[in-house]
Design a protein around this ligand. Sequence first.
Ligand code: AMP
Length: 284
Amino acid sequence: MNVARTIEAFRRLRAQLPEPVGFVPTMGFLHDGHLSLVRIARERCASVVASIYVNPSQFAPTEDLADYPRDLDRDLALLEQEAVDLVFAPEEAVGLYPEGYDTWIELPTIISRLEGASRPTHFRGVATIVAKLFNIVEPDVAVFGQKDAQQALVIHRLIRDLDFDIELVLGPIVREADGLAMSSRNKYLSPGERRAATALSRSLRCAEGWYLSGERKAENLRHAMMEILAAEPLVQQEYVSVASPTDLSELETIEGRALVSLAAHLGRTRLIDNTVLPPGESLL
Ligand code: AMP
């Protein structure tokens, strides 16, 4: 496995990879969710590239950029075990945002709701770094997680609108045994918060159960979910949404597919989770 710390070094190594090339972008501190995406890329492609970069432009000044967990040596060992061919792990000070950097990608409609409403500059940072990484890596296939559902919709739109010749593949959410969606940020949770955090996935399973028993009123699902979250004093809910996966507008009645998603704070940790209705349907 080769590791490139600069764009120039990466491009030299990338030029030698057999096609098609699959790409898994990450912010590191890898867990089984990330590795499941690497395996999906491995199955589909002759070569696999992963990136590890904690992208500063997607963090607001008040967010956890400085504290975001990092462990490059451990990440590289895990990627090597998965037979990744090439890792792009740019040194933080190296050239992705040279002085005077001034080009940003905005998707005003899709980013105005849910995560975008709570984190107004987040998706402009995500869309911009992903477009930059697509230009550097030149993948045939890009694998993202459904865990970040709105991000997946943003990337889907970005690929279409900017004519990237890249197939987007989404991997399902990988969970801990008790249902908590794996996340690098789970590391921040105290033992009590970690126990309370199962309320997020429990509320999603409840929405799925109600849906399967015939409930189609979105408001009833939102209420049932909010009650489960409210029963955990350590969970501060931020939003609970039952929305159209096309434009993320809140639904009144579920007729086709729905994206059920939520965000909550546990102490200083902000967690998100989601599911698609009918259960098992794809997001895209
Ligand atoms: P991050 O390092 O948090 O930027 O995530 C990198 C990629 O891994 C994104 O496409 C995420 O959606 C995906 N991902 C994060 N957590 C999970 C999970 N629990 N299951 C599947 N994919 C995930």
